[in-house]
Design a protein around this ligand. Structure first.
Ligand code: GLU
Length: 294
């Protein structure tokens, strides 16, 4: 055992948190193995969370597919998986707290309006919200809320001022100074979905006692926002391990749009899961995305 006698050291808890919007592919398998092995090698727990908060893109058959694919790869998880769609009241309570603190505001803008805004500044993830709805007076806000669809955005400047300076720890980058302001007034509840990824993931990682977040480096920038939300909601800050993304022979990130086969495709093609998992553990990408042989 790694922590045999010191009960003050919390056991490691990691998670894999896919969105059931398609079948899992090799990039998911690589990420799941990283999170699973990180915990298991330290005698810890590995959790599965289904991030099914986007009603437009979630497909029920992919939820079953995720469990099937992980089991096929030999990755077992602890406890029943939680589904974000079953936790909407918990996210609503977190949003209410931010509303009570005056840190969010309703936003009525459409994507097209934001894109058309000549004044839209740019951040690491593209165009930043130009702040159109931030300055609405209380009466105008109330009148529009009564009749118009709206999401909720964080008032980033106020939130950053309230939280003060923040840092987080990343295994590769070391101590990182949180710079959420670079992402502007991000959406915390969407017009077309009850809650945003940022808020749900932050609330759930804390609720599930995740000590170490092992996920792809494509989510590194999101961590700045998650760190801020942790501070505003009084939640613990886990350690972060942003792993490199698996790339194909062409150096491109693996994703369905680049033609990476799903794990289900590989299984159907006769792939032995043990060989595939071993290759991924060594950081080897199956050549041409074909079947991995010994
Ligand atoms: N649900 C997210 C995705 O599938 C991952 C969330 C996370 O690991 O923080 O991209």
């Amino acid at each position: 055992m790694i922590f045999p006698s010191d009960s003050t050291i919390a056991p490691i808890v990691t998670r894999f948190a896919p969105s059931p919007t398609g079948r899992l592919h090799l990039g998911h398998a690589f990420s799941a193995i990283q999170a699973h092995d990180f915990s298991r090698h330290r005698g810890g727990r590995f959790l599965l969370r289904i991030e099914d908060i986007d009603p437009g893109r979630t497909r029920e058959e992919h939820v079953a597919g995720i469990a099937e694919d992980l089991a096929w790869l030999g990755l077992g998880w602890d406890s029943d998986p939680i589904r974000q769609s079953a936790r909407l009241p918990v996210y609503a309570a977190a949003l209410d707290r931010l509303k009570a603190d005056g840190l969010v505001y309703p936003c009525f803008c459409t994507r097209a309006e934001i894109a058309a805004s000549a004044s839209a500044p740019h951040g690491p993830a593209g165009a930043l919200y130009p702040g159109t709805c931030r300055g609405l007076g209380a009466a105008a806000r109330a009148a529009r809320m009564a009749g118009e669809a709206h999401g909720w955005r964080i008032d980033m400047a106020r939130a950053v001022a309230m939280a003060g300076p923040l840092t987080w720890h990343d295994q590769s980058a070391g101590t990182v100074v949180a710079m959420p302001a670079a992402q502007g007034d991000v959406v915390l509840a969407r017009k077309d979905a009850p809650i945003s990824y940022h808020l749900a993931v932050t609330v759930d990682d804390a609720a599930q006692g995740v000590t170490d977040i092992v996920r792809g480096v494509d989510l590194f920038e999101a961590t700045h926002v998650h760190r801020l939300l942790q501070a505003l909601l009084g939640l613990a800050t886990p350690r972060y391990h942003h792993h490199p993304l698996l790339t194909g022979a062409d150096g491109q990130r693996l994703a369905k749009r680049h033609g990476a086969p799903s794990l289900a495709d590989m299984r159907a093609a006769g792939q032995a899961p043990g060989l595939l998992a071993a290759a991924l553990r060594e950081g080897r990408t199956p050549v041409g995305f074909g079947v991995v042989q010994a």
